[in-house]
Write a protein that binds this ligand. Structure first.
Ligand code: NDP
Ligand code: 8X3
Length: 285
């Protein structure tokens, strides 16, 4: 083939690539932990793409309020709310059969629900906190994936997006139980990529660093708002919308593209405990 023919086919390929992106229009997207933070941002981001939303979380009244707000801004978007504790594996297993018909075919599962409880060392860990983190962050992801993957495989269409963390690859002191849970999410996601490699189903992890404007640190510090807000002192942390951008990016790639993991920091972070508190000008000299 001549060089000119090569150039022409490359141009056609580039032109056609736009149409290969995976449309979210009318697709069912199930988001766990949609009542706050990153999950709520994901709900808005997929609503903007006219997906059908299943919003899950433990606080039903918060889900209902979010549904109302989304439908005010996007009247054509269909929303179904599910009160669910992802740590209750029997409830999770029963969910696919309980969904209304038009929400049955879940195309994108965003396993976002999660929590960090406390900061403590291997010698001082509160094992009840540990059990809750493992149950929510790890078993929740495993059980939700187990519940919805068979349908995706039957339909030959689906994408599981797991909310990891930089804590899933970069350990830090006093993070032992939360880090262990996020290392497990990373391990599970990578194993599932092996399991699914001969299928069209994609599985992705998103691994953010410091994300502000969430309830994450208030939960970690058992409601102590001043300890929670100190985490974000004088640094422009990631916003939950920044994380949702990457969830949507992964979901909308062409079907032959599987984003394995996206690790993201805010500009003034270089590791879990490596932050430069240089304020809103991001350290401009
Ligand atoms: P938030 O605390 O703001 O949101 C957590 C969400 O998870 C809430 O909607 C909460 O809803 C839900 N949730 C917690 N436990 C359960 C449960 N047992 N069953 C169902 N839902 C549950 O935190 P973020 O938005 O920051 O966290 C979202 C995810 O992002 C988590 O997996 C977290 O580990 C991860 N992450 C967060 C980072 C950060 O710095 N904020 C950085 C990296 C990762 P409800 O209480 O209504 O059930
Ligand atoms: C949350 C980020 O650094 O607090 O996953 O573990 S960190």
């Amino acid at each position: 083939m001549s060089v000119m023919a090569d150039d022409a086919s490359a141009r056609i390929h580039r032109r056609e690539r736009g149409s290969q992106l995976t449309s979210m229009d009318g697709r069912v997207v199930l988001i766990t932990g949609a009542t706050a933070g990153i999950g709520e941002s994901c709900a808005w981001a997929f609503a903007a793409l006219n997906a059908k939303l299943i919003l899950a979380g433990r606080r039903g009244e918060v889900l209902n309020k979010l549904q109302k707000e989304i439908q005010e801004d996007y009247p054509s978007v269909k929303v179904h709310c599910v009160v669910l504790d992802v740590g209750k594996t029997a409830d999770v297993a029963a969910l696919p059969e309980q969904l209304p018909e038009e929400f049955h075919d879940v195309a994108v599962l965003v396993n976002n629900a999660g929590c960090a409880l406390g900061l403590s060392t291997a010698a001082t860990n509160d094992t009840a906190f540990g059990a809750e983190m493992m149950n929510t962050n790890v078993m929740g992801v495993i059980a939700m994936t187990r519940a919805f993957l068979p349908g995706m495989l039957e339909r030959n269409f689906g994408h599981v997006i797991n909310m990891g963390s930089i804590a899933g690859s970069q350990p830090y002191g006093q993070g032992s139980m939360y880090c262990a849970s996020k290392f497990a999410v990373s391990g599970f996601t990578q194993c599932a990529q092996h399991d699914l490699k001969d299928t069209p189903i994609r599985i992705t992890s998103i691994s953010p660093g410091l994300v502000g404007n969430t309830e994450f640190s208030v939960v970690r510090f058992s409601g102590d708002k001043s300890a929670a807000s100190a985490v974000y002192d004088n640094i422009v942390a990631l916003h939950p919308d920044d994380v949702a951008d990457n969830v949507v990016y992964a979901a909308t790639r062409p079907q032959h593209v599987q984003i394995a993991d996206i690790k993201m920091y805010c500009t003034n972070q270089s590791g879990p405990k490596d932050v430069a508190r240089v304020g809103p000008n991001l350290g401009a000299k």
